[in-house]
Design a protein around this ligand. Sequence first.
Ligand code: SAM
Length: 293
Amino acid sequence: MAAGQYFISGKVFDAPALPPALYVVSTPIGNLKDITLRALETLAGADLILCEDTRTSAKLLNAYGIKTPKTALHEHNEVASAQNYVDEIKAGRSICLISDAGTPLISDPGFPLVRVAAEENFSVFAIPGASALLGGLAVSGLPTDSFSFFGFLPPKQQARAKRLEELAAKTETLVFYESPKRIAATLAAVAEVMGGDRKVVVARELTKKFETFYRGAACEMATDFDEMAVKGEIVLMVAGADQQAIADPDAWRGALKELLTELPLRGAVDQIASDFGLKRKQVYQAALEMRDG
Ligand code: SAM
């Protein structure tokens, strides 16, 4: 194999010449076949590939016989080196940016480089493809007309609960990346902060051999995951808060007032927060005001 070529199932192809530019190339999120023909041509035709980790990307590049020189661009050197790479492109080189998996910049390095290139009005081309975020969302069964992506939640319990509280009233589908070590605790926090009935979907190992989807109410999923030894990569999706409840605060306040005549304060608060998808703190505050007249 020569530089400027790639192969698919042993058949060799020549990559067309590339104009000087920065190419942001998506790579697979597990299944090596999830790469586009344009991505292969671009990676094979470029002068240089910037990788998050050259050893990880070598597996993909070797699978398609791509011999383009590669170097590491990770979070420790990306700010310092961004201007240098833009200068190289100006001097006529074509440079690809890839990450370990999926689409660069989506919870992955590359932002400083793309920002410098964009600010200088320089050619930056997307070579789109796989992303765990969109793969998971598309098959979640949750609304996709409006969604927000928040990357990884803070790992520490208090900070994570605070972040979830900030997001509890959002009505669009919420998408997070999560580690298998923390998924059980995160599901418990979602149940606690956003209500046990809140629908959640966990997509594990998308496109890989042990791909699995788990769908259910946050409280049940928290219990299930607490009893599981979870492995693999995870996208967590949480249904948006009930729009009806948000649009009509009188509805939940009325229900709370009634329930306070039947249940102790904590029980009434838990039930209303869960039924209406509200922040527990917000309902607790209202319950205290009602109790104290
Ligand atoms: N840039 C990537 C993308 O476009 O999806 C994601 C990089 S981010 C550092 C890695 C996280 O993405 C993992 O910890 C996991 O939460 C999620 N992820 C990546 N591949 C996945 C897969 N095959 N199945 C489920 N989640 C995945």
